[in-house]
Write a protein that binds this ligand. Structure first.
Ligand SMILES: [Zn+2]
Length: 175
């Protein structure tokens, strides 16, 4: 799959406000340490459109159902992008979608709809309020879904491969 440059980026929701779990927060749910939150949670109504933050290629799109014990992703999409001048490759991750309009290998444009926010408190999307988990990943691609949390000793990912999504979007420029 070819790399696609994105001269611009935008937020994945029309109104992007981190009103759920922020990036980097150490989370304990029902007494279990989940670890450091690797994205930002935006609580919004189910059915809200989620849009691609820039031009890119879909490198992951799959449905990860949860259950009563462990909520999961619902539909999750990961898009690979590249900065036009720095040639830096980065990935945007969108979790808890109720559906996915995209498949692996699809190309996407800035602002293109990817799906919409799934219903909350369901086996499909996880037993929590309807929300978008949005993350920016700068590490090596691993051909499978990326985790939403990191804790000490977890070798699936490294915390330094993740950045604060809202800052990344706000500060992005093509120079
Ligand atoms: Zn989250």
């Amino acid at each position: 799959m070819a790399y696609r440059n994105t001269p611009k980026v935008q937020f994945p929701l029309e109104r992007y406000q981190v009103n759920g779990l922020p990036f980097g927060k150490r989370s304990v749910l029902d007494g279990v340490l989940w670890g450091i939150h690797l994205g930002e949670d935006i609580i919004v109504k189910a059915g809200t459109d989620v849009r691609a933050i820039g031009r890119g290629t879909v490198v992951y799109a799959a449905f990860h159902a949860g259950d009563a014990e462990k909520g999961n992703w619902g539909h999750v999409i990961i898009i690979r992008h590249r900065h036009p001048r720095r040639k830096q490759v980065f990935y945007s991750l969108y979790g808890h979608l109720g559906t996915s309009y995209k498949r692996i290998g699809d190309t996407v444009d800035l602002g293109e709809p990817l799906g919409f926010i799934g219903e909350g408190y369901t086996a499909e999307n996880g037993f929590w309020e309807a929300h978008l988990h949005f993350a920016i990943y700068m590490g090596p691609w691993q051909k499978h879904v990326l985790p939403g949390y990191w804790k000490d000793g977890d070798t699936r990912t490294r915390p330094e491969w993740w950045v604060v999504p809202s800052e990344f979007i706000a500060e992005y420029d093509d120079n």
